[in-house]
Design a protein around this ligand. Structure first.
Ligand code: SN0
Length: 314
C-alpha cells in the first residue's frame, strides 16, 4: 500500500485486518519499525481523535510526528494548476507538497468539504494534489468525500463486537443544527460494501447520498423499519448531496432515542464523534451499555497504526 485515501488503496483487506488485530494485541511490538522516519500531519480543519490517535499510533511505531495547522502560520496555498497567482495565495501546492515531501516520509492531510460547490468538493483536489506532488505516501485524515481511517476503525469495531456471523448494520441519518459533510457516511458505506456486510441506510427524503456509495445498499426512508432487528446502529448527520450543503430537515424526529433502540436486536450504538448530545442521540442511549462510542474511538489508534505499519513495510 502506498497511499491511504479510500478503501480502493487497500490491496489486501484480510491482511490489514490481521495487522490491526496484531497491533491491538501488542501495540509496542514494532517500536523501532520507523526509526529515523518522520510524518507530517497537516490540518486545515479542527480535529481531536484523528490528530491524537494518529500521533499515538506513530509513537508506537517509533515514527516521529509533526502536526502542522496550515491555516495558522502556514501560507494560504493555491491548489488549482495553471492559475495566475496575483490575488491572495502566495504559494502553490506544487512547491509546498514537494518541499514537505523532502522533509517527511509520510504526509497526512485533512481538508473538509466547503459544502458550496459539489463538483469542486467531490474532486478532492487538496489530497489529490498532495498525492501528485509530494512524492511520498499520503494518508487521508478526512477529505471532502471520505474518512477512511474512521471507516477502518468502524470495521474493526464491528468485527470485535459482533455476536452473529453477518450482523445487520444500519447507517442512520440524524439531525444536526449545522451543515456537515457526507464524508463519514460515504466512506462507511464504501467500506461496508467492500467487505460484504449486510448494510441498510436510512435517511429522510432529500438526504440521498452520491449513488456511487449506495450500490448494493438497502435504502429506506422509514427509520423505524430500518432499526428493526439491527445489530449495529451507526448514526451520523450529513447535509444534502442533491441540494448540495443544505440542511432540509428541522426538528428531532430522527434523533436516536431509547424508544427506537428497543426495536433493534439489542444493537450496539456507534458514532464517529464529536456528537451533539440530545440532537443526534439521546443521553440515555449514548450513556447506556449499548453504546460503544468510546471503544470505537479507542480503535482509531489501532486503525492508524495498522495503516502506518502497512505503508512503512510496503
Ligand atoms: C466532521 C464531519 O465530517 O461531520 C468530522 C467528523 C469526524 N464533524 C463535524 O464537523 C462536527 C461539527 C459540529 O459542529 O458538530
Amino acid at each position: 500500500m502506498k497511499h491511504f485515501t479510500s478503501v480502493k488503496d487497500v490491496k489486501d483487506m484480510e491482511a490489514l485486518l490481521q495487522t490491526a488485530k496484531a497491533v491491538k494485541q501488542s501495540p509496542f511490538a514494532d517500536k523501532n519499525l520507523a526509526s529515523n522516519k518522520a510524518m507530517c500531519l497537516i490540518f486545515l480543519n479542527p480535529s481531536l481523535r484523528t490528530r491524537l490517535s494518529t500521533q499515538r499510533a506513530a509513537m508506537n511505531l517509533g515514527l516521529d510526528t509533526v502536526v502542522f495547522d496550515m491555516n495558522q502560520g502556514g501560507w494560504n496555498l493555491e491548489f488549482q494548476d495553471g492559475t495566475v497567482m496575483n490575488v491572495d495565495k502566495p504559494e502553490h501546492v506544487k512547491e509546498a507538497a514537494a518541499v514537505i515531501g523532502q522533509y517527511y516520509d509520510i504526509i497526512g492531510i485533512r481538508a473538509f468539504a466547503h459544502l458550496k460547490n459539489r463538483t469542486e468538493d467531490y474532486a478532492e483536489l487538496v489530497i489529490k494534489q498532495f498525492q501528485k506532488y509530494a512524492g511520498v505516501p499520503v494518508i487521508s485524515l478526512e477529505s471532502p468525500v471520505r474518512h477512511p481511517l474512521q471507516s477502518l476503525t468502524d470495521l474493526i469495531t464491528i468485527e470485535e463486537h459482533k455476536t452473529v456471523e453477518k450482523p445487520k448494520i444500519v447507517l442512520s441519518w440524524a439531525p444536526h443544527p449545522k451543515a456537515l459533510p457526507q464524508a463519514v457516511a460515504n466512506s462507511f458505506l464504501e467500506w461496508m460494501i467492500a467487505t460484504g456486510q449486510d448494510i441498510t441506510l436510512t435517511h429522510p427524503k432529500g438526504y440521498e447520498l452520491d449513488d456511487t456509495f449506495t450500490k448494493n445498499v438497502k435504502v429506506t426512508n422509514d427509520q423505524r423499519a430500518a432499526f428493526e432487528g439491527a445489530d449495529f446502529i451507526y448514526t451520523k448527520n450529513w447535509s444534502s448531496y442533491q441540494d448540495y450543503g443544505q440542511v432540509l430537515e428541522k426538528g428531532n424526529d430522527w434523533m436516536v432515542s431509547a424508544d427506537k433502540m428497543k426495536l433493534t436486536n439489542n444493537a450496539k450504538f456507534m458514532h464517529c464523534l464529536p456528537v451533539r448530545r440530545n440532537v443526534i442521540v439521546a443521553d440515555e442511549v449514548i450513556d447506556s451499555e449499548q453504546s460503544i462510542v468510546i471503544q470505537q474511538a479507542a480503535n482509531r489508534v489501532v486503525a492508524a497504526q495498522a495503516v502506518l505499519k502497512t505503508i512503512l513495510e510496503s
